[in-house]
Design a binder for this molecule. Sequence first.
Ligand code: ATP
Length: 365
Amino acid sequence: MGESSIGGDTRGESTEGGVGLEDVSVTFGDVPALSDVTLSVAEGEFFTLVGPSGCGKTTTLRTVAGFETPTSGSVRIGGRDVAGLPPEQRDVGIVFQNYALFPHMTVEENVAYGLRYRSPPGDVGPDERVADLLELVDMADLTDRRPESLSGGQQQRAALARALAPGPDVLLLDEPLSALDARLREQLRVEVREIQRELGITTIYVTHDQAEALAISDRIAVMNDGRIEQIGTPEDVYRDPATRFVAEFVGENNVFDARVDGDGRTLTIGDDTIVSIDDETIELPQSLPERGELTVCVRPEDVHFGPGETALSATVEHVEFLGDAYRVHCAWNGRSIRARTQRAPEGENVTLGFDATDVTVVRSE
Ligand code: ATP
């Protein structure tokens, strides 16, 4: 996006504190939409809520914004409890999925509308503030256009400028890119992140797209059924999923039911088939949580042709060419297993291998 002198000079951009939710529950009639959600977003952090449709992401965001009232629990913004404060007194800027620009106003008027309740932060007047923001979002050439003559991406840039105009403490973005085509989405997410960094504004971002969440965030909260399953950096959540849900939702994974045997450090997958170093079991580098049933996973990129510390006799069922790799769908003793490989399989019968260090143990529930 464009060059701008807007970073770091204003009231709103030097945010005081982040956002905290403590044991927040929200119920719609009998439907629990959020159950005991606790999270804390640091000042200046880019924090993403990710999860499948209906898991409570938007409700969480709307609760921070003041559009929903928690049934129990508390919300803090910039260190103060905001219970009872209406949205316009919470110092939050919001961008929704569906653009929500005023159709009868130009881009410039839409952005200026963001200043209707507040004077601009810093020493600048409204006109200069609007011009600076339009520069920041790379819309300086389109100030007189009406929304109908803008692309989806341009409309979202204008919506972002409007949300930022009063210098909010917190930016809330609800699936802002999901109506755009894939290439534009990838381009704009980089730009959104650059703007967020330049302003240092505390940001909560909602998406159902786990790849987008991994790419854009400082930290991620993975949500499922109104609850938080895991909070961590993208690397943590990807490499060390806490639950089976996270292992299956974030990135591709092979997930197996397994059993801890013997000395509590060895693992058996299936009744009759053994993932093995010694034809019986695989010994993991981490100590296993307990004896008995558990869930393990191995990323497809860690499964390769030929034996590793394991050697599985598998049958190729389907091969997808992805451009930078092949996704090879195989059957292994009644289970599906996927490998992401640099070369296509030769023949139908293959040996698949992976190493003990590539196996992650997760909670089964
Ligand atoms: P999506 O990705 O589809 O937008 P989401 O993760 O944002 O989903 P929410 O919109 O927060 O999920 O919805 C959480 C749950 O609360 C869902 O079961 C939804 O049907 C329900 N819900 C949300 N808003 C209302 C409402 N106004 N009245 C009744 N139920 C609601």
